[in-house]
Design a protein around this ligand. Sequence first.
Ligand SMILES: Nc1ncnc2c1ncn2[C@@H]1O[C@H](COP(=O)(O)OP(=O)(O)OP(=O)(O)O)[C@@H](O)[C@H]1O
Length: 213
Amino acid sequence: MIEAHDLSIRIGRRLVVEAATLACRAGEVTALTGPSGCGKTTLLQGLGLLLRPAGGRLAVDGEDATHWPERRRRAFWRERAAFIQQDYGVIDDASLAFNVALRTDLFGQPARGSLPGVREALRRVGLRRPESEPAAHLSGGEKQRLAAARALYRGADVVFADEPTASLDRGNRDRVTGLLEELAGAGAAVVIATHDERLARRCARVHEMARAG
Ligand SMILES: Nc1ncnc2c1ncn2[C@@H]1O[C@H](COP(=O)(O)OP(=O)(O)OP(=O)(O)O)[C@@H](O)[C@H]1O
């Protein structure tokens, strides 16, 4: 579980997130909503420990993570978290398989034993392409699904998704929404920043944001 108490985040000199208090629980999808520019992405990145808070507190499973050193934050990203962001976190030059597993053998193929898991994750997000294909061939929406496949493959227990349905057509929007619910159903804390009202309505918790001063 990720909890924020009075969390503030500055970008440059500007206070973009002001005193946000929310709890993102395991087994639930939490939506961050609000008008464009209100700071949804910034808060998402703060909750994911990608941005350091300017004030307030952040806890991971009840442990104060506000001032975790780089080493602890890296361990959190490596062992527990997955980020789904369009055109972000996908390595264009690498194969689909490498992007899902982030591990290869000496020949640049997915490490032995991981290929069936990689194929299953790609199948579940509906990417019916050879796993050796470079990610550069994918559209923005397909890259989002590739990032979702990585979260599935890794069994991440905290999933952060920025506008996960933004560039998808209806069928794939439903598929990604279903996947996020499935991840939560398997026990993950799923946090999404979204404009998609249909998606927000399906979430267990909605944190509505206003523009900070
Ligand atoms: N790297 C940056 N440098 C300068 N300003 C930034 C940076 N990142 C975000 N901001 C500003 O912080 C504010 C909040 O941005 P953020 O992307 O968090 O909002 P958002 O609610 O996710 O917006 P949208 O719904 O349009 O994606 C915006 O005014 C934005 O211009």
